[in-house]
Design a protein. Sequence first.
Length: 244
Amino acid sequence: MFAASAVFGFAALNVNGAVVALAVGTYSENFNAIATTAAAGWDVRTGATATSLGTVGSYTAVAGSGTAWAETTGAFKNFAASPAGSGATTATQTATTNRALGIRPSGTLGDPGASFSFNFSSLGLNITTISLDLQMLNVQTRSTVWTLAFGIGATPTSFTSLGTYNDPGVFGSTTTTFTASDFGTNLNNLAIAWFRISALTGSTGSGSRDSFAIDNFAITAIPEPNAAALLGVLGMFGILRRRR
């Protein structure tokens, strides 16, 4: 397939305009708190296309105690993460504290156009890795292809694909990791950028659709060399001034 937490108290998952300013090290989001708080910088969207982020969707269906994997109502959902086990009862799924942000698409929601989007800034940084878990939580006869991509700017009109996640046909989690060999220098030192996981084409097959979720997202960054050099020069200048 491919070689692939900060939490703030907003009233909804959709943090419109909020940009997470990355720092040196690893930013991570495990979505375990989405029943009660927002995942900073993240939103769920419908109507996403190859040239548009789409329209911010509703957090309502994600709130509360969680939704069973096999529940067929189309909505963005607060699912138990796949480690709960494919045979987990509804009670077990509801009780587990390991959560994942997901969707059960329907003919009127997200098929196609569903998207999970993360808005971030990498000013002064070089991005070295991006990773996340892609989870198939309820295998059905209709399959969706999810495209992982990035866009640049507040409202990008084009996106660069990093790869696709095709329905594996089995329950479980796939850890997906991208490195600079995949995205080059394109994500370095940016005021605003987006990483997204989107259903850009309609599902194939007939019958019910799969339940799908994302979990354990992480971005690792190091100082941008030019910025680090500048800081070193400024630091040395400060030392010289103090010596005088």
